[in-house]
Design a protein around this ligand. Structure first.
Ligand code: FAD
Length: 289
């Protein structure tokens, strides 16, 4: 199939891109890595009359540590973040999640911002960013706002981004020194989107009790489902397998996953029941290592 006709723009600065979005409103779409948008254009599931290609906006391509925070420009390719030496400690969750995204050719083109803005409910990166307490920076003509993952992800393929805003940066907060994280997923074939994926991070105090945690599950709802009650139940406690198991059962009982071609609701619940404790146990093991 071929896309419907559109006018093409390739700005070189964020300001220029925002100006174009502002001029065209709902008629415009941003093009980043194109790994989701181009198939949608070809199938005519998206029919923008104006395409704003941000691949030359190189100011959005960086990974750096800033005052203890990991800051990632939205145009950073999946592969760059996957190979970044800065993503260590609990942040190693990001490369581990990205390793499950499609295949290496897709990760060479796909961008961090594109994946988050696309907000596929079965995508790996939104779950990992949610679990780590990441924040998204959205810039429009009136300035910048920073939102939490809970605010950013609104539902199936829906985010808090306004039509004239660009996701410019992702900020992942510092985690305590004694932290570990783990990403586990089940998909039909290697490189497919997850049927269910679990992103977990745990920080331990000197006495081995949990002092901080994050847990998000992809594939069981419209957006990454944050298991805050599991983390609340762990904080201040020794993270024993028994406690993790009990909290997981309570969490899974509340889940209302979708049933579709890729798996029934019951099957997804079953996957979550197995993956959540394994991801938490592994995070604890890595925090202790
Ligand atoms: P694009 O396709 O260019 O854009 C996607 C959407 O985001 C568009 O609506 C665009 O307007 C918007 N957008 C892009 N950048 C911004 C920005 N900075 N601000 C605001 N809006 C923006 N993904 C997974 O998560 N897991 C998988 O297993 C997986 N497997 C794949 C397998 C195949 C064969 C293919 C082709 C893709 C797969 N993907 C998978 C999708 C891939 O991760 C995409 O790269 C990603 O979803 C979109 O990133 P992109 O940079 O390509 O964005």
């Amino acid at each position: 199939m071929k896309p419907a006709p559109y006018d093409y723009y390739d700005p070189t600065t964020v300001q220029e891109a925002i100006g174009l979005l502002n001029e065209f409103g709902d008629e415009a779409k941003l093009l980043a890595g194109g790994q989701s948008l181009v198939p949608m254009l070809n199938f005519r599931l998206a029919r923008p009359s104006q395409l704003v290609d941000i691949n030359n906006v190189t100011e959005l391509d960086y990974v750096r540590r800033d005052d203890g925070v990991l800051v990632i420009g939205a145009l950073t390719r999946h592969r760059s973040l996957e190979q970044s030496e800065l993503a260590d400690g609990a942040w190693a969750l990001l490369p581990e999640a990205l390793h499950n995204v499609g295949h290496v050719h897709i990760r060479n083109r796909g961008t961090v911002g594109g994946s988050l803005a696309h907000a596929d409910p079965a995508a790996e990166l939104p779950a990992a960013v949610s679990a780590l307490g990441g924040r998204m920076v959205l810039r429009g003509k009136d300035g910048e706002r920073e939102v939490t993952a809970d605010t950013f992800f609104e539902g199936f393929f829906t985010t808090a981004l306004a039509p004239n805003e660009i996701l410019t940066e992702i900020r992942i907060p510092a985690w305590p020194a004694r932290s570990g994280s783990a990403f586990l997923e089940v998909s039909r074939r290697h490189g497919d989107f997850a049927q269910v994926a679990v992103a977990a991070a745990i920080a331990l105090g000197d006495d081995g009790r949990v002092i901080q945690g994050g847990l998000a599950v992809a594939g069981v709802g419209g957006e990454p489902v944050r298991a805050s009650a599991v983390i609340d139940g762990l904080v201040g406690e020794q993270p024993t397998s028994q406690l993790i198991g009990e909290l997981t059962e309570e969490f899974v009982a509340e889940l209302t996953p979708p049933s579709d071609l890729h798996g029934s609701a019951d099957y997804r619940r079953q996957l979550a029941r197995h993956l959540v404790p394994r991801a938490l146990d592994e995070s604890v093991r890595r925090a202790l290592a």
